[in-house]
Design a binder for this molecule. Structure first.
Ligand code: R5P
Length: 297
């Protein structure tokens, strides 16, 4: 494929994508000035007609401005199409005015990215009140799904699993994985009172006593959702669960707390690099990139 893939940070996923798609991996460099302004620099010889820009957006405020600068720079050196490959897409949870006076940042962030890129590939974005990326993005997008890779991992590693989603929003991912491996699933009820205050109810837990609980959610961030669920399941007498998150937004403290409250293991995909990564997304993301590139943008 006559394209290049640019990144500021080398990850296992960007390396495997470049190998799988035969795309040249190209390191971009961010320079931070003493006042924290930034400049970006690429090797002009790397620029192809179509350029991919790879970055997971888990620290969006820090990385977004350099990415916009990178897109502009690539265009000035001759790129005709610049596609953002963002395995984790930020700001999607701020999809409504939760409190009077707040901005709906999901919409503003999508508009900003749409102004600078010609297309977007991402993995299971948090679509809740926004039903489709085209509701907020004006560029063409393609969603790669983690569920086939998650289902494969569960089938290969777990006997008698029951998939458990901590809230109604997780139904879309949990049902898909359960269906693929013919396993039962249950969706719990979550009440979130604040960033760090989450209550989970566990109905009919006695049905799952002979199964291995697999908690599955799109995002593990503060971990409060998973931690609350693990506590309830353990109190109800269920086996130590495996916690699977698509996007590992948590820190080491949260990871340790999940194990302390009774999780057997925390497993994530490589959409964001973390020591818990065990599920590889190369195939699905590569497929989405190919689909997007073969469509007219
Ligand atoms: C929210 O609706 C998401 O699907 C996750 O359940 C949530 O983002 C997890 O957040 P935390 O780890 O902070 O509880």
């Amino acid at each position: 494929m006559n394209s290049s893939i640019f990144f500021f940070e080398e990850t296992s996923l960007v390396n495997s994508l470049s190998r799988q798609l035969h795309i040249k991996p190209c390191l971009g460099v961010i320079h931070y000035f003493p006042d924290q302004e930034t400049s970006v620099r690429i090797n002009p010889d790397d620029v192809t007609r179509t350029c991919l820009v790879f970055a997971s957006l888990h620290h969006p405020n820090k990385i977004s401005l350099p990415l916009l600068f990178l897109s502009k720079t690539l265009r000035e050196y001759g790129a005709q199409r610049v596609i953002l490959v963002a395995p984790y897409l930020a700001y999607m949870r701020q999809d409504k005015r939760f409190h009077e006076g707040e901005g709906i940042t999901a919409k503003y962030y999508a508009q900003l990215l749409s102004d600078y890129f010609d297309g977007l590939v991402t993995v299971d974005p948090h679509l809740h009140r926004i039903h489709d990326l085209s509701d907020v993005f004006s560029i063409r997008s393609h969603i790669a799904h983690a569920s086939p890779a998650v289902a494969k991992w569960v089938a290969q590693n777990i006997m008698d699993p029951v998939l458990i989603g901590p809230d109604s929003e997780s139904t879309q991912w949990v049902r898909e994985v359960a269906d693929k491996i013919n396993a039962p699933f249950a969706i719990l009820e979550k009440i979130r009172r604040g960033d760090h205050d989450v209550e989970i109810s566990v109905p009919q837990s006695e049905r799952w006593l002979n199964h291995k609980p697999i908690l599955f959610d799109d995002i593990i961030s503060t971990g409060k959702t998973m931690i609350g669920t693990v506590r309830h399941l353990r109190r109800a007498g269920l086996a130590a669960p495996v916690c699977i998150g698509i996007h590992a937004l948590f820190n080491d403290q949260t990871y340790n707390e999940l194990l302390e409250v009774g999780a057997e293991r925390v497993v994530t995909t490589n959409s964001i690099t973390d020591k818990s990564n065990a599920i590889d997304l190369t195939e699905t993301v590569a497929g989405s990139i190919q689909s997007l590139l073969s469509s007219s943008l």
